[in-house]
Design a protein around this ligand. Structure first.
Ligand SMILES: [Zn+2]
Length: 241
């Protein structure tokens, strides 16, 4: 490829997302490369691999975008979350959600941490619930049922839908385990799995699990409309200010 005529198709936070897009482009007949941003990007130091770009030959950029629009962009207009996940193969997270995942995983290690994900629109995580793993195990997790119930009540107040989990594999693989696959439940749910990696700290991947098979979703990082904190008054039971 002529380096002077490259065009950026899309920029990602995580290399594996870029690799998924590169593979999709190559499946569509467009040669693509993954390039890491050595300039630190807009948030230097926040992500170890911030600013991973998928680039193609300038002459292929229109075709590349056409190939990708058959997936992610078209699906963003779809109102149905199941349809979005099926066709877009993407889930959107705010950087604070990722920070919350990693902090909870660190806190609970060497046991698996767990929690629930609330969505405010198809494919977009709005709130992360860091909850108790009542198994207190390094190899499996069960979300505390009382906390699960409280999370449902909280999400209902904001018209969010709880439709996903996250958990960590402190010593394990970056893939859903056989136990994860067998206990996945609703096939539309998003399962975020974090594996401990000496280089990346906690590597974050997302999957849907349907009929005994896990399919990976791209993780998109967005700064639009997503916060881990409560928006309204603190509702933890204390007296009003
Ligand atoms: Zn697992």
């Amino acid at each position: 490829m002529d380096e002077t005529k490259l065009a950026t198709v899309e920029t990602f936070t995580f290399r594996h997302e870029a690799e998924i897009v590169r593979a999709r482009l190559e499946a569509g007949g467009v040669i693509a490369m993954v390039q890491a941003d050595d300039e630190g990007g807009m948030n230097p130091g926040f992500f170890a691999d911030y600013g991973v770009r998928v680039v193609v030959n300038e002459d292929d950029i229109v075709e590349a975008r056409d190939i990708l629009e058959l997936g992610a962009d078209q699906a963003q207009d779809a109102p149905d979350r199941d349809a979005l996940i099926d066709s877009a193969l993407a889930v959107s997270l705010h950087p604070e959600h990722i920070a919350a995942f990693r902090a909870h995983a660190d806190f609970v290690a060497p046991e698996e941490c767990c929690g629930l994900l609330a969505f405010d629109r198809p494919g977009r995580v709005r709130f992360v619930y860091c909850l108790t793993n009542i198994d207190a195990s390094r190899h499996r997790f069960t979300v505390d049922p009382t906390e699960h119930f409280r999370a449902n009540q909280h999400a209902e107040r904001y018209s969010w839908e709880i439709a996903g989990t996250f958990h960590s594999h402190p010593g394990g693989s970056p893939e859903p385990s056989q136990t994860d696959i067998e206990s996945a439940g609703d096939s539309a749910w998003v399962h975020v799995v974090m594996s401990h990696d000496p280089a990346e700290k906690w590597r974050i991947r997302a999957f849907v699990i349907d009929r005994g098979a896990a399919s990976e979703l791209a993780v998109r990082v967005t700064d639009v409309g997503s916060l881990t904190g409560h928006e309204g008054r603190n509702d933890s039971g204390g007296s009003a200010p």
